[in-house]
Design a protein around this ligand. Structure first.
Ligand SMILES: *Cc1c(COP(=O)(O)O)cnc(C)c1O
Length: 359
């Protein structure tokens, strides 16, 4: 059965061109640095980001962990958003494996952290305090409706980092969505970052993998950390081949996903019982809340979308009555109207069926 899957852009499947490239990829032992396809992907990624070197890793989580462990030692501190993926959704791995202490700051609705708050969070030389080593940003910020961070903002944070001899890591899982939304190349958005992780397997639609980019020295050290995490993958050029197609062909089409998100959001914003801030829809994510007096529960909405309309959409936060929808290449333009009609039918029919809404 064919579902319209709005749960995430991670559900995107490899294109025929990717499968073909995977089947034909020249490979070698990457632990010896001898996989030509991986080497090509790493070189192209580094060039695109204006960095010296790249490192292919199994996932975004591994890329972030590898980067944090390369920048920080045990007991060191990283300044990081309370709503960030690294802090919320990576199993506390930086603390678990690296003893890295997170100093969390509130993320605002536009995905930024207050610059004064960042400055204030940096530790002094007081012997009671941990040593601050790293600032982490997320671009686009998934915990802030997929908001893109501007090159100016990143430069301001980088300046604070530079003044205090700290490193700057960007979790750029969806950095190409930021580049599309802001019409700014990734090299510009990441110019001042010491390391960046980006995902090949989200909107770019590759089946597996992320890439870390940074200086040659940083990547050499990260390579060793990757090995220690079990991330030396031998003939993984099979995977990198799909990543190369993703990197070369998919960034250019991400604005289409943003247009679909905008069209969907504009339709949803008209509907009773849905609260949606259109200004928050900047990339491929739509967040909305179900009003308290809505005649349908979060779970029932999700269930009916699936069983009656073949639409997959999950509640994002039950306590806040929040839903998240994500657009990607497998959502077609004509699906937008199908999705809107499904919401209309469910919200209206439930209303008619509800004794409390007999007007
Ligand atoms: C998906 C994601 C990651 C992690 O990627 P995985 O490949 O799922 O481990 C990291 N950061 C952000 C912002 C993400 O959206």
């Amino acid at each position: 059965m064919q579902f319209i899957d709005l749960r995430s852009d991670t559900v995107t499947q490899p294109t025929p061109e990717m499968r073909e490239a995977m089947a034909n990829a020249p490979v070698g032992d990457d632990v010896y640095g001898e996989d030509p396809t991986i080497n090509q992907l790493q070189a192209e990624a580094a060039a695109l980001f204006g960095k010296e070197a790249g490192l292919f890793v199994a996932s975004g989580t591994m890329g972030n962990l590898c980067s944090v462990l390369t920048h920080c030692g045990r007991g060191d501190e990283m300044i990081i958003g309370k709503q960030s993926h690294i802090f919320r959704y990576e199993v506390g791995s930086a603390a678990a494996y690296g003893g890295v202490h997170p100093n969390t700051l509130e993320v605002r609705r536009d995905g930024t952290m207050d610059l004064t708050a960042i400055r204030d969070a940096i530790r002094s030389n007081d012997e009671h305090e941990p040593s601050t080593r790293l600032i982490c940003l997320e671009n686009t910020h998934g915990g802030a409706s997929g908001a893109p961070l501007s090159a100016e903002y990143v430069a301001q944070v980088a300046e604070i980092a530079r003044q205090h001899h700290l490193k700057l890591h960007i979790d750029g899982a969806r950095i190409f969505n930021a580049a599309a939304a802001l019409n700014t190349p990734v090299s510009e958005l990441c110019r001042h970052a010491d390391s960046v992780t980006f995902c090949l397997s989200k909107g770019l639609s590759a089946p597996v993998g992320s890439v870390i980019v940074g200086s040659r020295d940083f990547i050499r050290r990260a390579h060793k950390v990757r090995k220690s995490l079990g991330g030396g993958m031998r003939q993984a050029g099979i995977l990198a081949a799909a990543g190369l197609v993703a990197l070369r062909t998919m960034p250019q089409r991400l604005h289409e996903d943003h247009l679909k998100a905008r069209a969907l959001a504009e339709g949803l914003a008209q509907m009773s019982y849905l609260e949606l801030d259109l200004e928050s829809v900047r990339t491929n994510m739509i967040f909305f809340t179900l009003a308290q007096d809505a005649p349908v529960s979060l779970a029932a909405l999700s269930r009916r979308l699936k069983h009656e309309f073949n639409i997959l959409a999950n509640p994002y936060n039950d306590a806040r009555r929040e839903f998240r929808l994500v657009t990607h290449t497998w959502i077609k333009q004509e699906d937008v109207e199908t999705i809107l009609e499904a919401f209309r039918v469910i919200l209206l029919s439930e209303r008619a069926a509800s004794p409390a809404a007999s007007d």
